[in-house]
Design a binder for this molecule. Structure first.
Ligand code: F6P
Length: 327
C-alpha cells in the first residue's frame, strides 16, 4: 500500500439511490479490515461544513445492505458550491484529522469533490451512486438497476389497465438529462416508443408508429418519455398527440420519486459492495481525485472531471432492438 492514509470519511450526496447504504457498508467494513478509522459525514457536504461527523464501527452498518435510501442522509449543498463553504468544510476535515474523503453520489456531487480536492489537495475518491446512470467510467451506476426494475414493474401494471381499456399511456420516467432508464424500462416494458433527451426527433415518427399500431389492432400502447425529453413533458406530448390522433383514449402517468426508493436489487448490492471495497483499496494505493467504476466487469479508476464531463452514450444497439420489437 502506497499512501499514508489512516482516517477515511464517507458521505452520500445529491439524489439518493438504492444501494448507497450497501456502498457505505462496504467502505466502512473494508476500512476496518485494513485497520483504518472510518467516519460517517451526515447530510452530504452540509455535514462536512457543519461538523456533523461521527466515527463508524463494523456494527454501525449492520442490517443496512437491503435498505433503500441512505442512512447517512443526503443533500444538494448550495453552501459547498461557494469558496467560503468549502473553506469551512476543509476546517472540519482537518479538525477531525481526516486523510481522505469518499463521496458517493452523481455528477453534481463529483463536480464539488473535484473542486475541493484541487483547492485543498485532499485525496478524494468518488463512488457513482445515482439512478440516472449518466457517468462515464462505469458501465452502471449504483441504483440504476433498481430504478429500472421499479419502472418496469410500474409499466407492467399500467399495461394491465391500458389493455383492459385499449388506451394509450404516456409514462414519464426520471433520468434528468439522460435517457438510460427510459430505454431500459421501455425495452423491458414493451413500449411502442421511447422519447429521449439524446434524440432530437419531432413528433412525426411517434404519430406514424401509433397509426401503424392502430391499423394492426394493437390493443394498448405505452410511450416512455424521459423527463429531459426536448419535446416536453409527458403531459405536453400527450396533448400534442391528441390533436393529431383524436381517436386515442390517452392517459399520463409520471413515475417520479418512487423510482428512487426501494430495496436495492442483487446487481446493485453487488456493484455497491465491489465499488466500496475498491474505493478504499484505491485510496490506500495512492489513487486520488478519481471515480471508481466497473467497465466490462473490471474495476477501473477514472479522473473525476473526465467521468463528469464525458457524455455517456445510449447504446445504439439497444435502441435499434427496441424499434424492431415495438412494431
Ligand atoms: O439525479 C437523480 C434524480 O432523481 C433525477 O433523475 C431527477 O431529475 C432529480 O434527481 C430529481 O431531484 P430532486 O429529488 O431534487 O427533485
Amino acid at each position: 500500500m502506497k499512501a499514508n492514509i489512516k482516517k477515511i470519511a464517507v458521505l452520500t450526496s445529491g439524489g439518493d439511490a438504492p444501494g448507497m447504504n450497501a456502498a457505505v457498508r462496504a467502505v466502512v467494513r473494508s476500512s476496518v479490515y485494513y485497520n483504518l478509522d472510518v467516519y460517517g459525514i451526515y447530510k452530504g457536504y452540509d455535514g462536512l461544513i457543519n461538523g456533523d461527523i461521527e466515527q463508524l464501527q463494523v456494527r454501525s452498518v449492520s442490517n443496512i445492505l437491503s435498505r433503500g435510501g441512505t442512512f447517512l442522509l443526503s443533500a444538494r449543498s448550495d453552501e459547498f458550491r461557494t469558496k467560503e463553504g468549502r473553506a469551512k468544510a476543509y476546517k472540519n476535515f482537518k479538525a477531525n484529522d481526516l486523510d481522505a474523503l469518499v463521496v458517493i453520489g452523481g455528477d453534481g456531487s463529483f463536480t464539488g469533490a473535484d473542486v475541493f480536492s484541487q483547492e485543498y489537495d485532499v485525496p478524494v475518491l468518488g463512488i457513482p451512486g445515482t439512478i440516472d446512470n449518466d457517468l462515464a467510467g462505469t458501465d452502471f451506476t449504483i441504483g440504476y438497476d433498481t430504478a429500472c426494475n421499479t419502472a418496469t414493474e410500474a409499466i407492467d401494471k399500467i399495461r394491465d389497465t391500458a389493455s383492459s381499456h385499449e388506451r394509450l399511456f404516456f409514462v414519464e420516467v426520471m433520468g434528468r438529462d439522460a435517457g438510460f432508464i427510459a430505454v431500459n424500462s421501455g425495452i423491458s416494458g414493451g413500449a411502442v416508443a421511447m422519447l429521449l433527451p439524446e434524440h432530437n426527433w419531432g413528433i412525426d415518427d411517434l404519430i406514424r408508429r401509433l397509426q401503424r399500431g392502430a391499423s394492426s389492432e394493437k390493443a394498448s400502447n405505452i410511450v416512455i418519455v424521459a423527463e429531459g425529453c426536448k419535446l416536453g413533458s409527458a403531459y405536453d406530448i400527450a396533448a400534442k398527440v391528441k390533436t393529431q390522433l383524436d381517436y386515442f383514449d390517452i392517459r399520463v402517468t409520471v413515475l417520479g420519486h418512487l423510482q428512487r426508493g426501494g430495496s436495492p436489487t442483487t446487481s446493485d448490492r453487488v456493484l455497491a459492495s465491489r465499488l466500496g471495497v475498491a474505493a478504499v483499496e484505491g485510496l490506500l494505493n495512492g489513487q486520488s481525485n478519481v471515480m471508481v467504476g466497473v467497465v466490462n466487469s473490471n474495476v477501473v479508476y477514472t479522473p473525476i472531471n473526465e467521468a463528469v464531463k464525458t457524455i455517456k452514450k445510449i447504446d445504439a444497439e439497444e435502441f435499434r432492438i427496441a424499434k424492431i420489437l415495438s412494431i
